[in-house]
Design a protein around this ligand. Structure first.
Ligand code: CP3
Length: 346
């Protein structure tokens, strides 16, 4: 379908744009009262994820209400472990919880490769969203990076250290590789199915990249992201490896169009390491949106100045925090639109 606003896609490919596209990670979620209203009527987060009509409805909300230049399909990275045979729960105010976790080679043998059919509810949500968007803005599909998915499957919940997951890399490296490979194959099939269903760009979230030492990141995380990059050819691909400042040169060598920067990564230094052949995405500190409107405007303009006219998709350096006021998010978006700086092809 023809896209009326294709700024995101052109910026991802390094083509000239009249102004930079802007969207926010976690834009479809608790920042919007309209989201919370839909969510309150249901048994929980998972029911929302598994009801395509409602997932599509909340995917569209930030496009209508905030004026972002892209929609991101409402789902979660944890649908992949579930499709592999490891179901999750989402505990109110606490986060994900896996009643069973992966501790042994036998546990891995009991898993299966996820097939697109296991994730039919996400694919249906994508199709419904594409129809409803009618080309207004591109739709972003996504998946967790293998290392981040592995972390949850071994740890069983969020954690400050992910010490169980990290321990396995030292104690059972072969086992870790076999699980990472199974996740990778599941993810490749899943992303290809999302693209077939209508996703215009896909993003891989490596949220826990930053807890690994460089050697482990390059042994246990990057090779699997590389496989994904090599398999996905039909749309642009974004790799967001939060905290992996130490591997920016290796990330730059991936066959992907866009690299996400978190707010700790220096913009000029990142551009120098990554080079001109990639679009950079990011990277305003999400906490800036707690500030006043004038502070948000100033910080956003400073960020835009620092990125300059090169290939750039504007975003925060991580997901928007759920207690941010929608007006503050709108101020960020409006500032980008008013700044109006063209982004050049490299
Ligand atoms: O970005 C979007 O707007 C699309 C939706 C989206 C969600 N999760 C919805 C969600 C996306 C892209 C994700 C990705 C995701 N999920 C990541 C990677 C991005 C990141 O933030 O690092 C991770 C690590 C997860 C796992 C996850 N899901 C956690 C740790 C939590 C609990 C913490 C939290 O933010 O509440 C979730 C729950 C979740 N996923 C919610 C939403 C809107 C909140 C639950 C609710 O509404 O009840």
């Amino acid at each position: 379908m023809h896209l009326k606003n294709d700024l995101l896609i052109r910026a991802a490919k390094g083509q000239m744009t009249e102004r930079k596209p802007v969207w926010l990670m976690r834009q479809a979620g608790r920042i919007l009262p309209e989201y919370r209203a839909v969510r309150e009527r249901l048994s929980g987060f998972i029911e929302l994820v598994k009801t395509p009509e409602l997932a599509a409805e909340v995917t569209l909300q930030p496009v209508d209400i905030l004026g972002v230049d892209a929609a991101i399909i409402f789902s979660d990275i944890l649908v992949i472990p579930e499709a592999m045979g490891l179901p999750y729960e989402m505990i109110e105010k606490k986060g994900p919880f896996f009643p069973k976790t992966i501790q042994s080679a036998d546990d891995i043998l009991r898993l299966k490769q996820a097939e697109p059919d296991d994730l039919a509810y996400v694919l249906e949500a994508i199709r419904l969203t594409k129809t409803a968007l009618n080309g207004r803005v591109p739709l972003i599909g996504f998946a967790g990076a293998p290392w981040t998915i592995f972390s949850y499957m071994v740890e069983g919940s969020g954690s400050k250290t992910f010490s169980k997951a990290r321990a396995m890399l030292y104690t059972e490296p072969d086992m870790a590789h076999s699980l990472l490979q199974l996740i990778t194959e599941s993810t490749i099939h899943y992303l290809k199915a999302q693209i077939k269903a209508g996703a215009d760009l896909v993003q891989v979230f490596d949220s826990w990249a930053g807890i690994l030492p460089k050697e482990h990141y390059e042994a246990f995380a990057l090779p699997y992201i590389r496989q994904i990059c090599e398999a996905i050819k039909a749309t642009p691909l974004t790799v967001f490896a939060k905290g992996a400042y130490f591997s920016r040169a290796a990330l730059a060598a991936l066959d992907c169009e866009v690299i996400g920067l978190d707010w700790n990564m220096d913009i000029a230094e990142s551009r120098a390491i990554i080079g001109k052949d990639k679009t950079l995405q990011g990277n305003l500190d999400p906490a800036v949106l707690y500030g006043s409107f004038s502070e948000i405007k100033k910080a956003t303009e400073t960020m835009l100045d620092r990125f300059g006219p090169g290939r750039h998709i504007v975003n925060l350096g991580h997901g928007v925090y759920p207690d941010i006021q929608p007006d503050k998010v709108r101020c960020f978006i409006e500032t980008v639109k008013e700044y109006g700086q063209p982004s050049h092809a490299s």
